[in-house]
Design a binder for this molecule. Structure first.
Ligand code: ZN
Ligand code: ZN
Length: 610
């Protein structure tokens, strides 16, 4: 019997290894019981639901071939190869059958098999994808999980029996390549989610619906911000409206970085292969890079901006008086992603990184990190993000640099975070092989977390590129190098922002800030003059002189999420005023033209965020 508080237990963590509740503990260790209130517990719950789904699908379609069925951030999926494609309408039948499996409360039975036995088992079942997965497992023994006749190759753990998964929903059906590679067979992926109680399930479905409405790919099309084309998979095409946002984000970054003492650089997109050997990217990152040939020599398209930044540093000699030196670059990088994982602006093959490299003396490190923490705070607040999580990742097993260097750098990062009174999670051993780092996750208006910013200390690059500065003792010293990005990918950051504000950008970012609405043709001339006046003052405005009713034009402006509407009729024309409506707020009353201009310009200048 478990104590009362463990009634909603789903699995255990034994010395950080997830195990079934039925696991017999045979050695000393720390045991933690997982429930659905913790992310790891919920993952076990969801993954168990994916088995039940596969069980139901296999029963209804005995010829289906099973792919993989993991839990993900927001539920679970399973990939299937059906003999004939199924449609969304088939999901009901699968759900009904899943309910039967759940009612029967069938146990999850774990079995350890030799690889040979497992091979025979999946060979007999004709599960060729499972055989492929089996080959990739280096161990001699593997585990399978059985529910009645249904058996799946799986590490586990699972909930004890199918009866645990009472409240679930199948959400959607999508195409997916086996292993995300377009050269592989096309499979069908069914997504679902499950919760221990009905309320949590309903809340999840509601927030999913809201997220669907805010999907940046959908809003990108509706608001005419950007597009993607088969001629350039993973490469965004920015339209005039999207370009306004893109440029405003860049302009803001330029302003804030200048104020924080950065100097902007721009380095080439294509650099000789030799440089990438020197930087270590060739050995560690080649699979994600694109190559080309110039004058019969091999060149690479940069996946990161660091080597270019290092050549800029090395182009001059530096004294300790020049440090800290902060070089920023809005750097366009290309990184190969499998076509199956490309996703709007979130996963692209070409993006601009708001990169910077800070070169400083070891003594300056802590202060520089404190300044970076302030800078990150300032930038996120400017875009309306109030909540974010901070993580500190320390020395991994495979790493370069002396223990003393790591100790100093980790202490500097910790001290800096403590000095700024940040609460943060420590991820032991999760740092980069070249140094410890701080990562930021921002929370959007739907409560979702997005990893964006990073501050990374690097011991490797200064060595590889033999960087130095002349110290106060007249001798050469090695500078410390910090890589940092705040937005991360500008493209992805804008994608997140579109969903965060639901397409309703604050005035400073809005592609069109104001629309002028004459109530009839009689006022077109005066409206044209007002339009000219606003435009010349620097407000992005649009004149809606279509022969439509005022109500229609207002609704249209609201659909386009334009912040201000200026209505002009008889009274306004004679008095030189505008009747102002603001998106979401409604009628703001009458204002003189010059008053409206000065207020709006002030709102833009201060980059007000609502
Ligand atoms: Zn499993
Ligand atoms: Zn870098």
């Amino acid at each position: 019997m478990y104590p009362e508080s463990y009634h909603d237990a789903v699995a255990g963590l034994l010395d950080d290894e997830a195990v079934d509740l039925s696991y017999s503990v045979e050695k000393d260790g720390t045991l933690h019981i997982l429930t659905c209130n913790e992310p790891e517990g919920l993952q076990v719950f969801w993954h168990s639901a994916s088995h039940i789904m596969a069980h139901a699908v296999k029963t209804l379609h005995p010829d289906v071939k099973l792919g993989i069925g993991p839990s993900i951030d927001s539920g679970f999926y399973y990939d299937f190869e059906f003999t004939e494609f199924i449609t969304e309408s088939d999901l009901d039948e699968i759900e009904t059958h899943m309910k039967k499996i759940i009612e029967a409360d069938i146990g999850f039975e774990r079995k350890v098999l030799s690889k040979k036995e497992a091979h025979r088992l999946f060979q007999e079942k004709g599960e060729h994808f499972k055989l492929e997965l089996l080959q990739e497992i280096p161990d001699d023994q593997v585990t399978v999980y059985k529910n009645d006749h249904f058996v799946d190759l799986c590490r586990g753990p699972h909930v004890p029996s199918t009866g645990y998964i009472k409240h679930f929903k199948l959400l959607s059906l999508a195409g997916a390549y086996w292993k995300g590679d377009e050269r592989n067979p096309v499979m069908q992926r069914i997504y679902g989610v499950a919760f221990p109680d009905q309320e949590a399930l309903e809340a999840h479905i509601r927030s999913r619906e809201e997220a669907r409405k805010r999907d940046h790919r959908r809003l990108g099309k509706e608001l005419d911000l950007f597009s993607f084309h088969p001629e350039g998979p993973g490469f965004a095409f920015w339209h005039p409206n999207g370009m306004v946002i893109y440029n405003e984000v860049n302009r803001y970054m330029h302003d804030v970085l200048t104020r924080h003492g950065y100097h902007e650089v721009k380095t080439p997109l294509i650099l000789n292969e030799q440089l990438w050997h020197q930087s270590g990217h060739w050995d560690n990152y080649k699979e994600n890079m694109y190559f080309t040939t110039i004058d019969e020599q091999s060149y690479a398209v940069k996946p990161m901006n660091c080597p270019g930044g290092l050549l800029v540093y090395k182009s001059q000699s530096h004294s300790y008086r020049d440090l800290p030196l902060k070089l920023s670059e809005m750097g366009l990088v290309h990184r190969h992603e499998k076509s199956g994982v490309l996703h709007g602006l979130f996963r692209v093959r070409q993006f601009t990184q708001d990169d910077a490299h800070v070169f400083c003396t070891p003594d300056q490190l802590e202060d520089e990190v404190i300044k970076l923490i302030d800078l990150v705070d300032e930038v996120y607040h400017a875009f309306g993000y109030e909540k974010f999580q901070v993580e500190l990742s320390t020395r991994p097993k495979k790493s370069i640099g002396t223990p003393d260097m790591w100790e100093k750098a980790e202490t500097a990062l910790k001290h800096a975070l403590d000095a700024k009174e940040k609460t943060y999670q420590v991820n032991p051993g999760e740092g980069a092989f070249y140094g410890p780092k701080i990562d930021y996750h921002i929370q959007d208006s739907l409560g979702r977390m997005w990893q964006c910013g990073t501050i990374q200390v690097d011991f490797s690059m200064p060595e590889r590129f033999d960087l130095d500065y002349i110290g106060s003792d007249g001798a050469k010293h090695r500078p410390v190098m910090i890589h940092r990005a705040i937005l991360g990918s500008v493209e992805r950051f804008i994608g997140i922002l579109i969903e965060h504000v639901g397409g309703a950008f604050p005035v400073w970012l809005a592609p069109v800030q104001c629309t002028i609405i004459p109530i009839s043709e009689k006022f077109h001339d005066v409206s044209r003059q007002v339009h000219q006046q606003l435009f010349e003052s620097g407000i992005r405005c649009h004149l809606d002189d279509r022969n439509e009713k005022v109500g229609y034009k207002i609704r249209d402006a609201e659909t386009k999420k334009i912040p201000y509407m200026c209505v002009i009729g008889e009274r306004e024309a004679s008095k030189g005023t505008l009747s102002i409506r603001k998106r979401k707020e409604g009628d703001l009353g009458e204002k003189t033209i010059s008053h409206f201009i000065s207020e709006t310009l002030d709102e833009i200048k201060r980059r007000v965020n609502h």
